[in-house]
Ligand binder design. Structure first.
Ligand SMILES: [Fe+2]
Length: 448
């Protein structure tokens, strides 16, 4: 297929590898290149935005589509892509024509996936999750934790590796605007803690340590953008709240303590941990959430240190790295604990040859500062690098990194597996797909 030149006058999310695909495939006769580790048996599956109508108001606002590759002892069994069967997707209408307030089953379920309590859940930004079958990636239906979930759950739950408990948040446009939840390892929702906040803002992610839930709120206010820059119903207003909150895991909302911080925004945290009286939180910080025309702005890995020992919280920040990158991954055997290794996707800027794109894979040793970078050149493009531990390895960083890679010369993609400690060497093996997997957001690995 002949590559199509980037057109800077059109939104980035309708072009190149952001453009949606229009068929659901089940492919079993897949070519392998290189050698995938024989210990890899399971399902790699990733979510993303794929507007069924072909266009959307923003990259974030298409219908959820999951792309999965089943591996058996390092060999590919199948590739499947499936829409998440939400009411919106099933209606055949775009978001604006569908109507109804976002929340509950009315959401696109296009951001991430988590396996918890024996269920594979597709997660959106504001609304209930949808349970999927890991056997064939079909949609089982919306899941509301037996009626205990409020109207929304966000896409970045954190599973405590020691307790197996899943901690997460929901935000909404009406009070209580923010709710903290926790679920037991069997999926029973047993903590529902509304948190008083002064305004409805976008809160995409949060973090845990081994004893704290940590919330960061930036002034991305709900409502139409007076400047017309943001195509989604959130806009940047630096007079709005900008603060970080810390409360005990499983605590009630009135136990939270806040510290005001300079206005900034971070869609994603990398990980957080306790360092004595301090909470150390690493995030991908930006000066604001969106650039002109809804572009995403460069984000830089930054450490936020919140002192909790005194009567009032304290705050300090320092930038850790000078490369624009996001979609962080850490060894989830150490979620909430100090982690040395991180994996990130680099991003290109809107004024580069192909506009804003996800690009290379960066592995950072946060102790030494050493960077291990897979530079994909002009033709290849990666995505979120998901870390999978090596069999029998000790926690923190020994394993594999998986991502979908798109080749703009052939307009096809692969599932690429890298040695997590040497991503610069390129993939150790790839499952070649005769189809394109569009850029997406977050994935997970479900071991067999
Ligand atoms: Fe996200």
């Amino acid at each position: 297929m002949v590559p199509v030149a980037h057109d800077p006058t059109r939104p980035y999310w309708v072009q190149g590898n952001f453009a949606p695909v229009h068929t659901e495939e089940t492919l079993t006769d897949l070519t392998m290149t290189g050698k995938l580790p024989a210990e890899l048996s399971g399902l790699f599956v990733r979510n993303g935005s794929n507007p069924a109508t072909g266009d959307a108001l923003h990259w974030f606002l298409g219908d959820g589509m999951v792309h999965g590759v089943r591996l058996e002892r390092g060999k590919a069994q199948w590739y499947r892509n499936r829409y998440v069967r939400t009411p919106l997707q099933q209606s055949g209408k775009g978001l604006m024509d569908f109507g109804g307030a976002p929340g509950k089953e009315n959401n696109q379920s296009n951001v991430a996936l988590v396996e918890h309590g024996g269920r594979l859940l597709s997660l959106g930004e504001v609304g209930w999750p949808f349970e999927l079958s890991p056997q064939d990636m079909s949609t089982v239906g919306p899941f509301d934790f037996g009626g205990k979930l409020g109207p929304t759950m966000t896409a970045h739950p954190k599973v405590d590796p020691d307790t197996g408990r899943m901690h997460f948040i929901g935000y909404e446009f009406l009070r209580p605007a923010l709710t903290y939840y926790a679920a037991a390892p069997d999926g029973t929702l047993d903590v529902v803690s509304p948190i008083a906040v002064e305004a409805a803002t976008m809160i995409h992610d949060f973090a845990i340590t081994d004893r704290d839930a940590v919330f960061w709120i930036g002034p991305v206010m709900f409502g139409p953008d007076p400047s017309g820059r943001s195509p989604i119903p959130f806009h940047w207003d630096p007079s709005g709240p900008s603060r970080i909150g810390v409360m005990p895991l499983d605590g009630s909302g009135d136990s939270i303590r806040w510290v005001d911080v300079p206005p900034s925004f971070a869609f994603h945290g990398y990980n957080a941990h306790r360092d004595g009286g301090d909470v150390v939180l690493r995030v991908h910080r930006a000066d604001e959430a969106f650039g002109p025309k809804g572009d995403l702005v460069p984000t830089y890995l930054t450490e936020w240190r919140i002192g909790t020992a005194g009567p009032s919280l304290t705050f300090a920040e320092r930038q850790l790295h000078d490369r624009s990158m996001d979609l962080p991954s850490h060894d989830r055997r150490r979620t909430g604990r100090s982690t040395r290794h991180g994996w990130f996707v680099t991003t290109t800027t809107p004024d580069s040859d192909h506009g804003f794109e996800l690009a290379g894979i960066c592995h950072l040793d946060l102790r030494s500062g050493k960077e291990d970078l897979w530079d994909p050149g002009p033709s290849l493009r990666g995505g979120e690098p998901f870390f999978v531990p090596a069999e029998g390895s000790r926690p923190d960083g020994d394993g594999w990194v998986m991502t979908f890679v798109w080749d703009r010369r052939t307009d096809r993609s692969s599932l690429a597996v890298f040695d997590a400690q040497d991503v610069a060497a390129g993939p150790v093996g790839e499952v070649q797909l005769p189809v394109r997997v569009p850029f997406g957001f977050h994935g997970t690995w479900i071991p067999a």
